[in-house]
Design a binder for this molecule. Structure first.
Ligand code: ZN
Length: 390
């Protein structure tokens, strides 16, 4: 029996405004038409060479007011000449924001307090690609490393993301995700697989460590990931990442090695900013054989933590079925950094483990989304997400 393809393009949002950030051009809490990004963070082609753009360029006609994205004390407000022009930077010790190519800037002295949204200057006409006047905006962490500003700034305008089906074959199935160049990129991507084992619905949640920005694959088709106990292989194909003024396109291709799993839906969750939004990529029926599927009941699984959101601790329940070897739950922050690993006993069956909300250094973690996954025998089995909310 071959099932029909069922495909929904609807996206829906779950937006949580947990973090206070202001867009420096529109002076608003969420981006609007004044916040068009003309050059994104990451590798870019400039004068026929790739360099790394350490911030985002936000379109702004000359002498547009610029506002502090985040509060802190003034580090510098001065003219530096050359491509940079006027520069303002503000730091609270752990977060630093930098604003470049300014025509004018605040006359406050270094050390002065700048509140979020305060006027700090006016945009100028210098900088790479200055024929399109812009504000160059950077975010740096406590060690002065540039990070993707959109990982910390609110952004939830996903209306223009598109998915389309490219191939719908028996064992070869591909869809395309398209993010317009003036929209945000996707930093983190989850795929939820749902299938029936004959007794009920089983999920596998796959965390694709995939970034359009920091981790751009140079060769198409190099990112193969085994899913659903290795019965399906997912390959990521990328297109058109360079130069920056093009749409960002990625194809996800799934190839089945065996007909014995009946997959029914795939959903993608996108993480584009600290304000997380969940976008449902679409629902797909896999055209496979429902009548002769066989599936193992021996699954290692983790379940949604409780409570969630949590503060300060939470409980994760899981079950281990077979081939149990060095099981653990790994907890990652939204940047993909390992925060903590919880060793689990090598015992078959359902169990729970408590996470005290502390990292490897035994310090309490900050508010935000965390990803946790069950790892057994060195292999990630399943991933989920949770939220610490202080
Ligand atoms: Zn720039």
């Amino acid at each position: 029996m071959k099932t029909n393809l069922f495909f929904l393009l609807n996206f829906f949002l779950l937006v949580s405004n947990l973090f206070s950030w202001t867009w420096p051009i529109s002076n608003s809490n969420s981006p609007n038409d004044s916040d068009t990004i003309t050059s994104p963070f990451g590798p870019r082609l400039l004068d026929n060479q790739y360099n790394f753009h350490k911030g985002i360029d936000i379109h702004a006609n000359e002498n547009t007011d610029v506002h502090a994205a985040y509060s802190g004390s003034l580090v510098v407000a001065e003219y530096q000449g050359g491509n940079t022009g006027g520069i303002v930077s503000i730091s609270d010790g752990t977060q630093k924001t930098v604003y470049m190519h300014l025509n004018s800037w605040t006359n406050l002295v270094p050390g002065s307090y700048i509140g979020e949204g305060d006027w700090i200057g006016q945009s100028g006409g210098t900088g790479a690609g200055a024929n399109d006047p812009h504000l160059h905006f950077e975010y740096r962490d406590g060690t002065n490393h540039e990070l993707h500003p959109l990982m910390v700034m609110p952004y939830n305008d996903n209306d223009n993301c598109q998915t389309e089906m490219l191939e719908d074959d028996n064992r070869d199935w591909k869809f395309r995700l398209k993010v317009p160049s003036d929209e945000l990129d996707i930093d983190y991507f989850f795929l939820d697989f749902e299938y029936y084992d004959g007794y009920g619905t089983v999920f596998e949640e796959l965390y694709v460590d995939y970034s359009f920005r920091e981790n751009i694959p140079t060769t198409s088709g190099q990112n193969s990931i085994n899913v659903l106990n290795g019965n399906w292989t997912m390959t990521v194909h990328t297109h058109n990442f360079h130069p920056s003024h093009t749409d960002q396109i990625v194809d996800f291709q799934f190839t089945s090695n065996s007909p014995d799993i009946y997959m029914i839906t795939v959903e993608g969750d996108f993480y584009t900013a600290k304000d997380v939004w969940d976008g449902s990529l679409g629902f797909y029926n896999f055209p496979t054989h429902a009548d002769d599927f066989v599936i193992s009941n021996n699954l290692n699984l983790i379940h949604q933590n409780h409570p969630n959101p949590f503060n300060p601790s939470t409980t994760i329940s899981y079950s281990l079925a077979d081939n149990i070897k060095n099981p653990k739950i790994e907890i990652y922050n939204i940047k993909g950094q390992l925060v903590r690993a919880l060793e689990l006993p090598e015992e078959q069956g359902a169990n729970t483990v408590n996470w005290d909300g502390r990292n490897k250094q035994d310090n309490p973690v900050s508010s935000g989304v965390y990803l946790y996954r069950l790892v057994n025998d060195g292999k990630a089995v399943q991933s989920r997400k949770m939220m610490m909310l202080k």
